[in-house]
Write a protein that binds this ligand. Structure first.
Ligand code: BG6
Length: 513
C-alpha cells in the first residue's frame, strides 16, 4: 500500500494529524441504505472526516443505494445536511467540494436482481474513468437483507473471487440467536470469503477501547498482577441515560442482552481478559479473543437465576426530566417483558482467571451515561499499623474509563497529612483531554478507514460472533421459559436492587453509576 503523510494530501488542514497514516487504494464505496439513519448519522460524516483528515485516496467514490426514488442531486443535498448536522468537525466548504461530485445515488430494491446488474455496470464505469478500484460494500440495512444482498452481489461477480479487492461490511445485529447467527454466517460465507467480511462492533473502533490493549500490553507493571492471584473481581459497566427512543421495532425483540451484551460487552470482556497476542494482526488478536470466549462458563438453566439479573425501566426522572416507563414508549406493547437492563456474573474457566468473577452490567435509563472497566485488586494481607481504626483502607482499583471522561485512574491509599496515622483513598489519574491535544476520531472513521485498508483486526470474525452467542443463548432460553419477567427499576436509578444481591458477597458492591 502507498503511504503518504496526510499533510501532503491536504496541507492547510488543521485536522490533519502529524502521524503518518496509510492511504487506502482507489475505492468505490457502496452504501446499501445510503439514505438511512445510520448513513446520515455515522457513515457520511465518517467519509467526510476521513477526507478532511487526508485519509482517503484521490480516486474515491460513494454510491448510496436507497429504495425510494432519488437522484444524485438529492443524495448530495441529503449528505451535505447530514454531515453538517452530525460531523464532529462541522462542515467546511473546501472539503465538501472535493467530495460532492464523488457522491452518486442508485435506486433499487435490495431483492431485485436488476439493481445488482446496474450496480456492476456502474462500478465498471468507475473503473474505466480512472483505473481499477477496490470495492467496499457497506450494509447499513435491516438484517433481513444481509444474506440476500451478499448473495446477489456474488451472483454478478462482486463477491468471493471478484476481479478486484472486495470487502463486505456488515452492521449488527448479526443474528437474533445462535441458530440464526450460524445460518447467517453460512449464507454470507457462500457468497464472500471470511477474509472479505468485516462485521462491525463499533466499540472496537473507540479510541479508549483500543487503548485498553496498549495499557495492558505496552506497560510491564500490569501483566504480573493481571490474574486471579491479584485481581479480586472486575466490573464492566455500560450505562446509558437514554431510553429506546423510536427504536421499539428493533429493540423490543432484541433487549439489552442481544443489543449490547452479546457484542459490545463481550468484546470488552475479551480484551480485558485475553492473553497477550504475539502480534497485533487480525487473526492473531482474534484467535486470542476466541480462546477467551471459549473459556467463559456456560450456565445451565438452573444456574441462570443465580448468575444473571434482568430488569426493565419503569417511569422516573432522568437529568431533571420526567420520563415514561419502557412499556409506555412508542410502539412497545403493554405486556412487554423485554430486558432494558442486564447484570451478570461471568466465570472464566482458565488458569489466569479461575475464581475471579467478571461482573457485566448494562442498561438504559440509568442515572447517567458511563462505560468503564473497573479492576478491583485484592486487599493487602496484613496491615502493619498499630491502630485498628486508621480510616478507609480500600483495596486498589484500576478504572479504565471508555466514556464519557476518557482516561484511567488508579486508586491508592495515602496518609492524610498530620500527626495521626489516618488514611484515605486518593486517585492517580490520566485523562485523554489533558494528556493529548486534539480530537479523537469517531469509531466509524477508524473502522471505515481500516476496512478500506483491508485490516480486519477491529472487526468480529465469524467464530467470535458464534462464541458470543453460545455464551448468552442458555440465558435467553431460560428467560423464554420463565413465568416471571424482568425486575422493574425506576428510570434514573442505579438499576434493579436484585442486581445488588448478585454482587453482594465478600463486601463487593457495584460502583456508583
Ligand atoms: C448500539 C446499541 O450498538 O450501541 C444502542 O444498539 C446503544 O442501543 C449504543 O445505545 C451505544 O453506543 P455508544 O457508542 O453511544 O456507547
Amino acid at each position: 500500500m502507498a503511504t503518504v503523510t496526510p499533510a501532503e494530501a491536504l496541507p492547510e488542514n488543521p485536522f490533519v494529524q502529524d502521524i503518518e497514516e496509510e492511504l487506502p487504494s482507489p475505492t468505490s464505496l457502496v452504501v446499501f441504505g445510503g439514505t438511512g439513519d445510520l448513513a446520515a448519522r455515522k457513515l457520511l460524516p465518517a467519509v467526510y472526516n476521513l477526507r478532511r483528515g487526508g485519509l482517503l485516496p484521490q480516486k474515491f467514490d460513494v454510491i448510496g443505494i436507497g429504495r425510494r426514488a432519488g437522484d444524485h442531486k438529492r443524495f448530495r443535498r441529503h449528505a451535505h445536511d447530514s454531515i453538517a448536522e452530525h460531523s464532529r468537525t462541522g462542515l467546511d466548504d473546501d472539503t465538501w467540494k472535493t467530495l460532492e461530485s464523488r457522491l452518486e445515488f442508485l435506486q433499487g430494491d435490495f431483492d431485485d436482481p436488476k439493481l445488482f446488474k446496474e450496480l456492476a455496470e456502474r462500478l465498471a464505469r468507475h473503473d474505466s474513468r480512472g483505473g481499477p478500484r477496490q470495492r467496499v460494500f457497506y450494509l447499513a440495512v435491516s438484517p433481513a437483507f444481509f444474506g440476500t444482498i451478499a448473495k446477489s452481489l456474488a451472483s454478478v461477480g462482486l463477491g468471493a473471487g471478484a476481479e478486484r479487492p472486495t470487502r463486505l461490511m456488515i452492521e449488527k445485529p448479526f443474528g437474533h440467536d445462535l441458530e440464526t447467527a450460524l445460518a447467517l454466517n453460512d449464507e454470507i460465507s457462500s457468497a464472500f470469503d471470511e477474509s472479505q467480511i468485516f462485521r462491525i462492533d463499533h466499540y472496537l473502533g473507540k479510541e479508549t477501547v483500543q487503548n485498553l490493549q496498549v495499557m495492558r500490553f505496552a506497560n510491564g507493571i500490569l501483566e504480573p498482577v493481571w490474574n486471579r492471584r491479584y485481581v479480586e473481581h472486575v466490573q464492566i459497566t455500560m450505562a446509558e441515560d437514554i431510553g429506546i427512543g423510536r427504536r421499539a421495532a428493533y429493540y423490543d425483540s432484541a433487549g439489552a442482552m442481544r443489543d449490547v451484551i452479546q457484542n459490545h460487552l463481550m468484546q470488552l470482556l475479551s480484551l480485558v481478559a485475553m492473553e497477550a497476542p504475539v502480534r497485533f494482526d487480525a487473526n492473531t488478536v482474534r484467535d486470542e479473543k476466541v480462546k477467551l470466549l471459549r473459556s467463559v462458563r456456560r450456565y445451565t438453566q438452573d444456574e441462570v437465576p443465580d448468575y444473571v439479573v434482568r430488569g426493565q425501566y419503569g417511569a422516573g426522572w432522568v437529568g431533571g426530566e420526567e420520563v415514561p416507563a419502557y412499556i409506555r414508549e412508542e410502539n412497545v406493547p403493554d405486556d412487554s417483558r423485554t430486558d432494558t437492563y442486564v447484570a451478570m456474573r461471568v466465570e472464566i474457566d482458565n488458569w489466569r482467571w479461575a475464581g475471579t468473577p467478571f461482573y457485566l452490567r448494562c442498561g438504559k435509563r440509568l442515572s447517567r451515561r458511563v462505560t468503564e472497566i473497573a479492576v478491583r485488586f485484592r486487599p493487602v494481607p496484613h496491615l502493619p499499623f498499630a491502630r485498628a481504626d486508621i480510616g478507609e483502607v480500600e483495596p486498589n482499583e484500576l478504572v479504565l474509563s471508555v466514556q464519557p471522561d476518557e482516561g484511567a485512574s488508579l486508586r491508592l491509599v495515602a496518609k492524610i497529612p498530620g500527626q495521626s496515622m489516618y488514611v484515605r483513598p486518593v486517585q492517580m489519574e490520566f485523562k485523554y483531554g489533558t494528556s493529548f491535544l486534539g480530537d479523537s476520531p469517531e469509531a466509524y472513521e477508524r473502522l471505515l478507514h481500516d476496512a478500506l485498508l483491508g485490516d480486519a483486526t477491529l472487526f468480529t470474525r465469524a467464530d467470535e460472533v458464534e462464541e458470543e452467542w453460545r455464551i448468552i443463548q442458555p440465558i435467553l432460553d431460560t428467560w423464554r421459559a420463565e413465568s416471571n419477567g424482568p425486575a422493574i427499576y425506576e428510570a434514573g436509578s442505579q438499576g434493579p436492587p436484585e442486581a445488588d444481591e448478585l454482587l453482594a458477597v465478600r463486601g463487593r458492591r457495584w460502583r456508583q453509576i
